[in-house]
Design a protein around this ligand. Structure first.
Ligand code: GLV
Length: 326
């Protein structure tokens, strides 16, 4: 019998994934419910074939060099900005992610934030819970209509498309901006119109961000962009915190440059700009985009299978750096 691969896991995953891993590999793992220090990851990967890690683990060249026999870095996330992919590629080290399985779940979360911020659900919840609600009022907590509004999508990948699908049900005008424009036929299917970013900012009632975090998208939405938005507009971010200049967003929310925001991600997670804890016109969720039992299980199984494949010397299904195999 061939030996089972050795894998180091940085934090416990859903039960079905844990069974799969226990069954198919020799597993060592962090058993504490916390993010590991760099030195702990370095210690953990000694003598293993695969690293199964999370978006909260920063995986840099030092970590890669701490075990030159490492065969794969498998990320439990679709985003992989936490990994120095260029350094991995230089070392011919495959990096994998978990695309596709979290698309609908993340779009649901973005939609939930959009609806909450528009209709002031969390604000109302606070009013009720603090026993400050004195009864129905004709001018109480008036929000914005989602139905019939204009949705602006920044990026047009899988999650943005899932947003467009939802927007059709709300009779919305759907605008998008993307590095590359879709084929006309695709635009027609999506019911989405391409506009330049400036126009998207100006026309959108709801602006939802769906781009990967890269050096080009860092602070894509800053003071200049926020100033171009409608004063009634709502910004939704389920992508990555640094896509938005958080301090500029705070200022825009404080001064009424925009009406509100629904955020799932932050520039310096888990810390938020201090003002965000206090502002009423922002809904702040703790990075829950993919957080359903079903989706996290699918992500776990996908990441585990990617890791196992590469450890066994076969090409994993969800490679971020396929060029290492050519
Ligand atoms: C979550 O943020 C992910 O990238 O999967």
């Amino acid at each position: 019998m061939t030996e089972k691969p050795k894998i180091f896991l940085t934090r416990e995953l859903p039960p079905e994934t844990m069974s799969l891993l226990h069954d198919q590999c020799e597993l060592t793992m962090n058993r504490e419910d916390r993010v590991l220090e760099k030195s702990e990851i370095i210690a953990g990967i000694q003598g293993v074939d695969g690293l199964l890690c999370l978006l909260t683990d920063t995986i840099d060249a030092d970590i890669m060099d701490a075990n030159p026999d490492l065969k794969v870095i498998a990320n439990f996330a679709v985003g992989f900005n936490n990994i120095d992919v260029a350094a991995a590629t230089e070392r011919k080290l495959p990096v994998t992610n978990t695309p596709g399985v979290l698309t609908e779940t993340t779009a649901d979360m973005a939609w939930a934030l959009l609806m909450d911020a528009a209709r002031r659900v969390s604000e109302g919840d606070r009013l009720v819970r603090t026993k400050s609600w004195n009864g129905w009022g004709p001018l109480q907590l008036l929000g914005a209509d989602v139905s019939g509004g204009t949705l602006g999508l920044v990026g047009m990948g899988r999650i943005a498309r899932a947003m467009a699908k939802r927007a059709i049900g709300f009779d919305m005008r759907i605008l998008y901006w993307n590095r590359t424009r879709l084929e006309t036929a695709d635009e027609r299917i999506m019911g989405a119109e391409f506009v330049e970013l400036d126009e998207l900012l100006t026309l959108s009632d709801f602006l939802s961000l769906h781009v990967a975090l890269t050096p080009e998208t860092k602070h894509l939405i800053g003071a200049t962009e926020l100033a171009k938005m409608k004063s009634t507009a709502i910004l939704v971010n389920t992508a990555r915190g640094p896509v938005v200049d958080e301090q500029a967003l705070v200022a825009a929310l404080q001064t009424g440059t925009i009406a509100g925001a629904g955020l799932d991600v932050y520039e310096h997670e888990p810390a938020l700009a201090p003002e965000l804890y206090e502002l009423e016109n922002v809904v702040v969720a703790p990075h829950l985009g993919s957080a359903t039992i079903g989706t996290r299980t699918k992500m776990g199984n996908m990441a585990a299978n990617n890791c196992l494949s590469a450890c066994r010397g076969t090409r994993p299904a969800n490679l971020v750096n396929p060029e290492i195999y050519v």
